[in-house]
Design a protein around this ligand. Structure first.
Ligand SMILES: N[C@@H](CCC(=O)N[C@@H](CS)C(=O)NCC(=O)O)C(=O)O
Length: 210
């Protein structure tokens, strides 16, 4: 379905905005791109802060709709333009797991992995995102007997959490074990992944992932 309003993605190259870009490519909807160069501090410009007071990329607008935070962007887009395809429908029993993995991606995986990369490993108890090893165990557990997070069917949750896992494998934050490498390889074979990577990542990063 084409957007009746007109979608614009605000992103920066080689950033977490990749997930939103990949999501748009999966859906095949037309969209405009505005570069917000975080290396120049453009994400803190007053005009951009009106769209996203957190001063981070990505942000997506669709007419009057403004959405930021990758999982929220992916949930919005998948429900609006890929409902039943990239998003399980409301009455689909897989909807619960779908939403859980979406939230888990930035509430747990990203923060705990970022701290781990900086050699900060907090005890899991009373820390909202838990311990790094517990995160690895949980993600390993879901991927051990399936192609994608929801089973055989690729979904927007694979774009958001899978995109994060692909980056963490590349950055060697996650262990280079077959379970992560194989999942990463399944994701990077997708044409939409390649289109988004070509547009957003330096060639070196892209070839390392492909
Ligand atoms: N939780 C956010 C994270 C976005 C994020 O961390 N963006 C980084 C780029 S990778 C950013 O904009 N950094 C610039 C800054 O914080 O000033 C999401 O999932 O969208």
């Amino acid at each position: 379905m084409a957007s009746p309003r007109g979608i614009t993605l605000y992103h920066s190259r080689a950033s977490r905005a990749f997930a939103a870009y990949w999501m748009l490519e999966e859906l095949g909807v037309p969209f405009k791109v505005k570069l917000v160069d975080i290396t120049k501090g453009e994400q803190k410009h007053p005009d951009y802060l009106k769209l996203n007071p957190a001063g981070k990329v990505p942000t997506l607008t669709d007419g009057e709709v403004v959405v930021s935070e990758n999982p929220a962007i992916a949930i919005y887009l998948a429900d609006r333009y890929g409902y039943g395809a990239l998003a399980p429908k409301i009455d689909d029993p897989k909807r619960g797991a779908y939403l859980k993995w979406m939230v888990f991606s930035t509430a747990v995986v990203d923060p705990v992995a970022t701290l781990h990369q900086q050699k900060i490993d907090l005890p899991g108890f009373d820390v909202s995102f838990g311990a790094f090893d517990d995160m690895v165990r949980v993600v390993t557990g879901v991927l051990k007997d399936r192609e994608f997070l929801l089973g055989e069917r690729f979904s927007a949750a694979d774009v958001v959490l899978g995109g994060t896992i692909a980056r963490l494998v590349y950055q060697k934050v996650l262990p280079e074990e077959p379970i992560f490498l194989d999942y990463r390889d399944r994701l990077t074979q997708r044409e939409a992944f390649h289109r988004a990577a070509d547009a957003t990542w330096p060639a070196q990063f892209y070839t390392a992932l492909a």
